[in-house]
Design a protein around this ligand. Structure first.
Ligand code: ADP
Ligand code: ZN
Length: 367
């Protein structure tokens, strides 16, 4: 079993990320080491609940836990006040107290919602993250960011609430649809771009098989790639728990990515939008931070080889710029982007000219 420590200041706040195929069958032993009591509520969405939740809850009961499964509808809509309120009501009805704990079993949506529930219920319960999507394994489940959405925007209400443990079982990915897997691969590639050129080589070489092989026969390689990406996220988060400059490099591809998600009214998946944002950031890096054109080309090729888009879909350019808050009339406008000096070496670049972004969109926008 691979074990990555996330060292955090303060008593008992450090936690482990453990990675190994089949770990979902050993949750009882793992939880017993980090939770104060034996009363546990699992939260999943309905699909993950059906695929894994019942089975996991049953195994936990056999391993001495009093475990109940709660499910929420699939999708971002569940990161909402009504769903949160319903979960709180059920927890109270079923007698949850300060000695209880929560487990998020699902993708990023379930992780964010359950993490936030754990942060606020009775001023905070311990939570264990058990991510079932690639995106959540390498990104969302690590770092303690939790949130729900409100009409004014995504993730606008939330809290930092670190998990007690993150359990990654790559076998969950066997049932994950290809588009969801690609969605997570974008964040894996991002991790390589900002901090691990070796990971990029692994993805361009032996890792290519990962997407083409839906059976995920090569579990060792998959485990290696997930562990490596998760370790980098952990390292960045540990060095910078609360969103300072270091943690900001995790936003590579996300400035334009978020704008594209928004302009597409979230039809574009997060990873797809971030892939396009990374392709643009590679080009800006050539202009502004000395990335070689050859490296930028290799980066784009890698994204394309994973089946990720590198060009924006046909969206009105005005809407993308509006989402970026670039005012067409203010030509001098500048935006903060994460850019690369080399593959594997990111910097916070405070002043990407709005005109450069507009020109890139003119050149690349699909229609
Ligand atoms: P993300 O992790 O990308 O934020 P979500 O939490 O919205 O994504 O999950 C994406 C979709 O994938 C949801 O519909 C969820 O039910 C489904 N899903 C999550 N994990 C698995 C899995 N291991 N197998 C099959 N479907 C899954
Ligand atoms: Zn992201």
């Amino acid at each position: 079993m691979r074990s990555i420590v996330v060292p955090l200041p303060g008593r008992d706040r450090s936690y482990r990320i453990v990675v190994e195929p089949g770990l979902r069958h050993h949750l009882g032993e793992l939880l017993a080491q980090v939770l104060p009591g034996r009363r546990l509520w699992l939260v999943s969405d309905v699909r993950v609940g059906r695929l894994y939740g019942q089975e996991v809850a049953e195994q936990l009961r056999q391993q001495g836990f009093q475990a109940a499964l709660l499910t929420v509808p699939r999708g971002e809509g569940s990161k909402s006040w009504p769903v949160l309120a319903r979960l709180i009501r059920i927890l109270l009805d079923q007698g949850a107290d300060r000695g209880s704990a929560l487990m998020a079993l699902g993708g990023g949506v379930v992780g964010d919602l359950t993490g936030f529930l754990a942060a606020v219920f009775m001023r905070g319960l311990p939570v264990v993250q058990v991510p079932t999507t690639l995106l959540a394994m390498v990104d969302a489940a690590i770092g303690g960011k939790t949130a729900i959405n409100i009409p004014a925007g995504k993730n606008l209400v939330g809290a930092f609430h670190q998990p007690r443990l993150v359990v990654i079982d790559p076998e969950f990915l066997l049932t994950l649809p290809a588009r969801e897997r690609r969605n997570g691969l974008a964040e894996v590639v991002k991790t390589g771009f900002i901090r691990d050129a070796g990971l990029l080589e692994l993805l361009a070489g032996p890792g290519r098989r990962l997407l083409r092989d839906p059976g995920l026969k090569n579990r060792d390689l998959l485990t290696e790639i997930i562990a490596r990406a998760a370790a980098i996220k952990a390292e960045v988060v540990a060095a910078d728990e609360q969103e300072g400059d270091l943690r900001r490099v995790l936003n590579f591809g996300h400035t334009l990515g978020h704008a594209l998600e928004k302009a597409s009214r979230f039809r574009l998946k997060h990873g797809e939008a971030v892939a396009v944002g990374m392709a643009a950031a590679l080009d800006f890096s050539v202009t502004l931070t000395g990335l070689s054109p050859e490296e930028a080309h290799r980066g784009r090729e890698l994204l394309a080889s994973m089946g990720l888009p590198t060009q924006p879909p046909p969206l009105p350019k005005d809407e993308i710029l509006r989402a970026l808050k670039v005012d067409k009339k203010k030509q001098g406008e500048r935006l903060v982007f994460i850019l690369l000096r080399r593959l594997g070496d990111a910097v916070v670049y405070p002043a990407v000219p709005g005109a450069l972004i507009a020109a890139w969109l003119d050149e690349h926008a699909g229609g």
